[in-house]
Design a protein around this ligand. Structure first.
Ligand code: GLU
Length: 382
């Protein structure tokens, strides 16, 4: 084994994360033989959620299990595995799953909300903004979002297929600082532990090198779709978004506490904050599709960390859609900031120079107050 695989480093502290996405694999939730929900395990998970929240941490759950539960509920046999069967199973199973979370967390005075996402909701920037603001609102209201893929409408070409990647996209979307992937393995090993008794657990990965990716192999469990490969892919997405990623064995009760107590796990270290990663993404890698010229008052508001409101916009140039990157310039053409437009150029022209309260009347629908929200905005010199 070479030095870079052994990558020494300190384990990030879970207690330091403000926002944690916990992905729960089907094999933990649903008993392999009976196809029933594993209630004891879920109770212990609910206790973990209580514990994290009591420390002031926000928790989002990305839960699999709908298809496995739905198959049993609908009495589908082993040969009924067509896409329609999966979709029907997901439709039935998701209700059972959401109900279980609502009951278990409700008993602990925690409210939940269900979000079903499709690939488009994270890859298409307009829809991404919508999903993100809903999640932010739920978190602000103190709710635990319970997220799954919308398997009932997702077909193979347009689905994630595994909740590891979905979890990473959610973590990226909400600027989480920790993604915890709970599954039935202790973490990433330097050899296949099933075949090699001297295989060693890699505790900290500082960089996902091709060598690390090659260790993943193609393992897979009975119910879940994710093997180690999808976990590494998820870690890559999350780490690039400034989110540390943890692979831990969920087979024990209180699996997160077990990791905090020094139990086995693999950490993928993030080298920047989610905020810095997001600002780098917006400021550096996106092509701008248009520009807003703003007045001095708006410029001051931006310098103070505020959002850009339509009232401070003097003119709108170019053709852009909601979610596209646009430049913000002063009257002299100097680029002050860059951001993701909350409105299309057509709608932006209708509301520019007007107060946010007038938006509904001007556009005929209730839009956002900001033309670029401060979370979607990067100052070019700051
Ligand atoms: N979304 C699927 C379900 O809820 C699970 C996907 C996965 O196991 O990663 O059944």
């Amino acid at each position: 084994m070479t030095a870079d695989i052994q990558a020494a480093g300190t384990r990030p502290a879970l207690a330091d994360a403000a926002r944690i996405v916990v992905k729960i694999g089907s094999s933990l939730l649903v008993d392999n033989d009976s196809g029933r929900l594993n209630h004891t395990w879920l109770e212990s998970l609910a206790d973990e959620v209580v514990r994290l929240r009591a420390r002031g941490q926000q928790v989002l759950l990305v839960s699999s299990g709908a298809i496995a539960l739905g198959r049993r509920y609908l009495g589908l046999g082993p040969d009924q595995r067509k896409l329609e069967d999966h979709q029907a199973a997901a439709a039935a199973g998701q209700v059972l799953l959401a109900h279980a979370y609502q009951e278990l967390l409700g008993k602990r005075d925690i409210r939940i909300a269900q979000i079903l996402l499709t690939l488009d909701d994270t890859e298409n920037r307009r829809r991404y903004l919508n999903a993100r603001s809903t999640l932010e609102t739920l978190l602000r209201l103190g709710v635990v979002p319970v997220i799954n893929e919308n398997d009932t409408v997702a077909t193979n070409e347009i689905r994630y297929g595994d909740n590891d990647r979905l979890g990473a996209r959610v973590a990226e979307m909400v600027s989480a600082d920790c993604l915890t992937l709970l599954s039935d393995v202790d973490g990433l090993f330097d050899a296949d532990p099933a075949h090699n008794p001297s295989a060693r657990l890699i505790e900290v990965v500082n960089e996902i090198t091709p060598q690390i990716a090659a260790l993943a192999g193609a393992s897979s469990t009975a119910y879940g779709s994710g093997g180690m490969i999808t976990k590494i892919t998820a870690a890559r997405i999350a780490v690039a978004a400034g989110c540390a990623t943890l692979i831990a064995n969920g087979r024990h009760l209180q699996p997160i506490k077990a990791v905090e107590d020094g139990g086995p796990a693999t950490w993928f270290v993030a080298h920047e904050s989610p905020r810095a990663a997001r600002k780098r993404w917006i400021g550096g890698s996106l092509q701008t599709r248009g520009q807003l010229v703003i007045d001095a008052g708006a410029e001051r508001a931006l310098a103070n960390g505020g959002s850009l409101l339509p009232v401070g916009v003097l003119s709108v140039d170019g053709k852009f859609k909601r979610g596209d990157a646009i430049a913000v310039t002063d009257g002299g053409g100097r680029e002050i900031a860059r951001g993701l437009a909350a409105y299309s150029s057509r709608d932006a022209r209708k509301i520019c120079g007007r107060r946010s309260e007038e938006i509904g009347q001007l556009l005929g629908y209730a839009g956002r107050d900001e033309i670029i929200h401060r979370d979607d905005l990067v100052l070019m010199n700051g």
